[in-house]
Design a protein around this ligand. Sequence first.
Ligand SMILES: Nc1ncnc2c1ncn2[C@@H]1O[C@H](COP(=O)(O)OP(=O)(O)OP(=O)(O)O)[C@@H](O)[C@H]1O
Ligand SMILES: [Mg+2]
Length: 254
Amino acid sequence: MTVANEQSAQTPAIELRAVTKRFGPRAVVDDVTLSIQRGRTTVILGPSGTGKSTLLRLATGLLEPEAGSVHTLGVDVFGAKKHELLRLRRRMGMLFQDNALFGSLSVFDNVAFPLRRVQRTAEPEVRRRVDELLQLVGLPELGDRLPDRLSGGQRKRVALARAMALSPELVLFDEPTSGLDPQTSASIDQLIKDTQTRLGLTFVVITHDIESAGIIADDAGLLLDGKVHLFGPRATVWASQDPRVRAFLERRAG
Ligand SMILES: Nc1ncnc2c1ncn2[C@@H]1O[C@H](COP(=O)(O)OP(=O)(O)OP(=O)(O)O)[C@@H](O)[C@H]1O
Ligand SMILES: [Mg+2]
């Protein structure tokens, strides 16, 4: 890995080449080649158990594939040295399906956590940055609250603020609207869309919420049986006449 390569805006955000990941005999990710572009929102769709979360864990280096290579932000994830991988992870933000907030820490301290613990930011700057992030996600008044006194949508907003704390180039979202009511889902979709548009970051969103995908996606990919069944601009995917794509988009059993 060279610095020039790592920083090149030309390299894809995430590039999988012939990646296979097995759990036991089953290839959950089966010889997948996929290139996710920077500066836009890519949504990965697929039924439960098709390997969507596995794909995210491969991209972050949390899981190692049996075959193939993964490049994230130009870094060869499984060829990188440990310190290179740690440096790469600091360039990425992650929103987990269950938010993974620290229950004993206030909203403010949750968002401040990466700044204090990873980046060792000085306290006045921590305050300035956390205030800015809470403003960004529409929760400027809730810094003192504990997570268990927030609604599901508010918790998602805090998780987004924390994921954005280190000014990542790439943010990965695992099911950002699951478990939320339709109205709250719509407000989170709008927040994701506004944040991406305003900051021009790369967002990769895993979801089975088709309505949500229709709002936030620039590009979309459909995973079926461990393979990328179709990948392209959202309009192209949405207009596809492929029967399995139609079945998925129209919520019929595929
Ligand atoms: N660590 C693991 N060990 C064994 N099997 C696993 C492991 N992680 C995932 N699997 C299996 O791999 C398959 C794909 O899992 P994955 O979590 O990637 O699916 P998913 O598409 O994210 O599903 P969902 O939409 O339900 O979140 C599932 O059958 C799951 O049981
Ligand atoms: Mg999953």
